[in-house]
Design a protein. Structure first.
Length: 291
């Protein structure tokens, strides 16, 4: 597939893009800074500018595509990862503006230009625990896609708005738009922090002890590209296990004593559940931290 990928130079994107190219897809990276990866052209664009987004949506993927003489073609799919990645990087209003407007622009331009498959990066922060003021209990565990998302921060709120935007365009145009509620992204070099998490698991409470290897996130995106006909869907993306070695019985008793379980969980399974992605898409994380 010909894939326009926004944010391919970011922490997650720089690992997801090679997974997609390794699967045979042609990828154009659209970002504010170049990825500089072999075989992946970069296009510098401000996604909060709708004109630039429309122009990017009908761009060549590198010089070679000029040879066809057919002009720049509509992309087969768009993957939108570009964003202000969390709170406390930019003012709240700017985080919200950039994340919501860039996502609206990307989805509108893609849908109106005839793209039938759009994948956007949402977040575990939509559940309203991660960036809450004070210590917040979730309504239940494990966290799943049926949860009533209810954040109180600008970042999480922007992701909820983006999901509503995605659902609206999927309904209006009859296309597939999948929102990935991504857990805490880990690059290979981040694994050195896991022993510290084991010693101090409280620091992982706000994210329900979740993590996802960036390379497994690439697998998830590739599976979404291959699966057609689902309309709008939200999928949690997490590892099979928590990011700390303590059993769930201990974690629940210490950190979530008043939180009911929606269903029984094993001692090792993640409290941020990707069961839907496993069932619907065949998602199977391959990169795990071994305690």
């Amino acid at each position: 597939m010909r894939v326009l990928f926004t944010g391919g130079s970011g922490k997650a994107g720089r690992h997801v893009v090679p997974v997609l190219t390794g699967a045979g897809h042609q990828v154009l990276n659209v970002d504010l800074v170049p990825l500089n990866a072999a075989g992946v052209p970069d296009l510098i664009a401000d996604l909060t500018d709708l004109g630039q987004v429309y122009s990017a949506m009908r761009s060549h993927i590198g010089m070679d595509s000029l040879e066809t003489g057919l002009g720049a073609q509509v992309f087969d799919a768009v993957v939108h990862f570009a964003a202000v990645p969390r709170i406390l990087i930019a003012p709240d209003s700017e985080t919200y503006r950039v994340n919501t407007m860039s996502t609206y622009n990307v989805i509108e331009a893609a849908a109106k230009m005839g793209v039938k498959k759009i994948i956007i990066a949402s977040s575990e922060t939509t559940y309203g625990v991660c960036f809450s003021e004070g210590q917040t209990d979730p309504a239940y565990l494990p966290l799943d896609e049926d949860y009533d998302v209810n954040p109180m921060d600008s970042y999480g709120a922007s992701k909820v708005v983006n999901e509503v935007t995605a659902r609206a365009f999927a309904r209006r145009f009859g296309i597939d738009v999948y929102a990935l509620r991504i857990g805490n992204v880990m690059e290979p070099q981040d694994y050195s922090a896991f022993p510290d998490y084991a010693e101090s698991p409280a620091q992982r409470r706000r994210i329900a002890f979740s993590y996802i290897d960036a390379r497994d996130l690439g697998q998830m995106v590739n599976l979404c590209l291959a699966k057609d006909g689902l309309g709008y869907q939200a999928f949690n993306v997490s590892n099979d296990n928590n990011s700390v070695p303590q059993p769930n019985s201990k974690l629940l008793a210490e950190f979530f004593p008043n939180v009911p379980l929606k269903r029984a969980v094993s001692e090792t399974e993640a409290l941020f559940s990707s069961a839907k992605a496993k069932t619907v898409l065949g998602f199977a994380p391959k990169f795990n931290y071994r305690w």
